[in-house]
Design a protein around this ligand. Structure first.
Ligand code: ZN
Length: 53
């Protein structure tokens, strides 16, 4: 049961592994980490890797 599959730059989505929706770069966040812009392409949308869909 994943309610939240996406996160955006500036949010604190919680710990987990996310990937850029544009270039696929992986991003690991801790519980207190703010989601940064993608280090490669500057995209601000990320998808949680654990989320199947
Ligand atoms: Zn990217």
């Amino acid at each position: 049961m994943k309610e939240k599959c996406y996160c955006h730059t500036g949010e604190k989505p919680g710990s987990g592994c996310y990937s850029c929706t544009n270039c696929g770069t992986n991003l690991n966040l801790g519980t207190q980490d703010k989601c940064p812009p993608c280090s490669k392409c500057g995209n601000t949308d990320f998808k949680m890797n654990e989320c199947i869909n």
